[in-house]
Design a protein around this ligand. Structure first.
Ligand code: SF4
Ligand code: SF4
Length: 443
């Protein structure tokens, strides 16, 4: 075991946040299938999908309904069987843009589309793995929703020598990946082996925060039982926020720094999330497309849970299954309290990137002037000057934000969390980024 679990490491930056992992001991429960799902055609970074069904089309579970709209895109599938009962427009909460969405009404059967066996997964070729990942519509499930097949195909000239499996789950409340590691660890390791085959790195690290010691022990035991101790090493990490941020994580483990404006692959590293790798297992071993995920429902609900949910299920169905909201609840967040996005609509559907639903009580916050205490600077894992973005954004000087490397901000929320003046720094940052984006697309 000693050989499998390496020495604990700690990030040089980062903050301590209340963990509130209320559901860490709650096993994953499948949510009963919904009567209706709403599936937006854009749930990923990149081009939206091309809709290939119309009103009245009968669909089976797992059947493709949206073709990838380009190289950087991910196919979409029916998540229940039934009939396409209409289309609608829905706001993509991440971009703020309207996107087309398909409504499927259930036939109550959950009839699956016929699958084709992929042959022997142990001897499958790299190209076949890539094809199956692409066919299954897999995206990064840690929140970024970047199409996975693109991340598995580094551009010419980029040599990947290190693969990191991200099991940190540093956001407070969320326990979806933690439970997946405990309950589906063997499948995660087999999925990781498939990624190893495609990327052929020299080293593979499984990164897990030390507040999940049960997952560390469990995966270490499985690695030994499955004879993978020469391939995979577990790196326990001191629990700190945002330990799971790709750049923080890879610097802590390898000591390498991603250059300004760069990507992990610029320093020879690829990072994948545990849920993504489990989805790769499903695609290759079971020819199963990405149609569901584990979602933590926590905060002010009567029975917080980890649920296995089909995409397109309305948030209200999850909250009802968790016994409803507590009396003082008044805020819905998609994601965790640090990086999540506040939302207003309980009918909004669960998407590929939805790892959590958090219900909170929000009291009015009074923002005061910056006192130049520097806490936001100290908290920033990206070595940025967050208070400067506030100053520039307040005067609409977005070019100055750009010159101060705002693109490197990972929107982790550590600066806002640390600010004694209650300045919603990330909100200013998001506004500045969106204005800069608009300017770029106008050119
Ligand atoms: S500036 Fe960005 S990266 Fe730095 S702490 Fe704030 S949100 Fe995080
Ligand atoms: S933490 Fe808040 S008050 Fe302190 S320097 Fe940053 S923005 Fe100003």
């Amino acid at each position: 075991m000693q050989k499998v679990i390496l020495k604990k490491k700690s990030a040089t930056r980062g903050i301590k946040v209340p963990e509130n992992k209320l559901t860490e001991h709650n096993p994953i429960e499948p949510l009963p299938l919904p009567q209706k799902v709403i599936i937006p055609m854009q749930q990923h970074i990149g081009a939206p999908c091309e809709l290939i069904v119309k009103r009245g089309t009968k669909v089976k579970t797992g059947e493709i309904i949206g073709k990838a709209g380009g190289f950087v895109s991910a196919a979409l599938h029916a998540t229940i069987s039934g009939e396409v009962s209409g289309t609608t427009k829905i706001i993509n909460h991440a971009t703020g843009h309207l996107t087309d969405a398909v409504i499927i009404t259930s036939d109550g059967e959950d009839n699956w589309v016929q699958t084709e066996p992929a042959g022997d997964p142990e001897n499958i070729s790299s190209q076949d793995i890539l094809n199956l990942v692409s066919k299954a519509g897999i995206v990064g499930m840690g929140g970024a929703s970047f199409p996975t097949q693109v991340k598995l195909m580094p551009p010419e000239g980029k040599n990947i020598d290190t693969l990191i499996l991200n099991g940190c789950e540093c956001e407070p409340y969320i326990t979806a990946d933690h439970r997946l590691m405990l309950e589906q660890g063997g499948k995660i390791l087999l999925g990781l082996k498939l990624v190893q085959k495609v990327l052929n790195p020299d080293s593979i690290f499984i990164a897990i925060e030390d507040n999940k010691s049960d997952a560390i022990t469990h995966l270490a035991n499985l690695i030994c039982e499955m004879g993978m101790q020469d391939n995979f090493k577990i790196v326990p990490l001191k629990s700190k926020y945002p330990m799971g941020g790709e750049k923080t994580l890879l610097t802590t483990i390898t000591g390498r720094e991603v250059p300004i404006g760069g990507l992990p692959l610029d320093v020879g590293i690829v990072v994948h999330n545990v849920s993504t790798v489990k989805a790769i297992y499903d695609a290759v071993y079971e020819d199963k497309p990405l149609i569901e995920r584990v979602v933590t429902v926590s905060g002010l609900v009567n029975e917080p849970k980890n649920l296995l949910v089909r995409f397109g299920t309305p948030i209200s169905a999850l909250i009802d299954y968790c016994g409803g909201m507590k009396e003082n609840a008044n805020k819905l967040i998609l994601g965790g309290p640090m990086m999540g996005i506040a939302h207003f609509d309980l009918n909004f559907p669960i998407l590929k990137g939805s790892n959590s639903i958090l219900i909170e009580h929000a009291a009015p916050i009074i923002e005061s002037n910056c006192i130049r205490c520097g806490r936001c600077v100290y908290a920033c894992p990206m070595h940025l000057l967050p208070y400067m973005y506030v100053k520039y954004a307040k005067t609409h000087n977005y070019n100055a934000c750009q010159d101060a490397y705002i693109a490197d901000c990972i929107e982790c929320g550590s600066c806002s969390f640390s600010c004694p003046a209650n300045i919603p720094i990330v909100e200013y940052i998001k506004t500045a980024k969106s204005e800069l984006n608009k300017k770029r697309t106008r050119k």
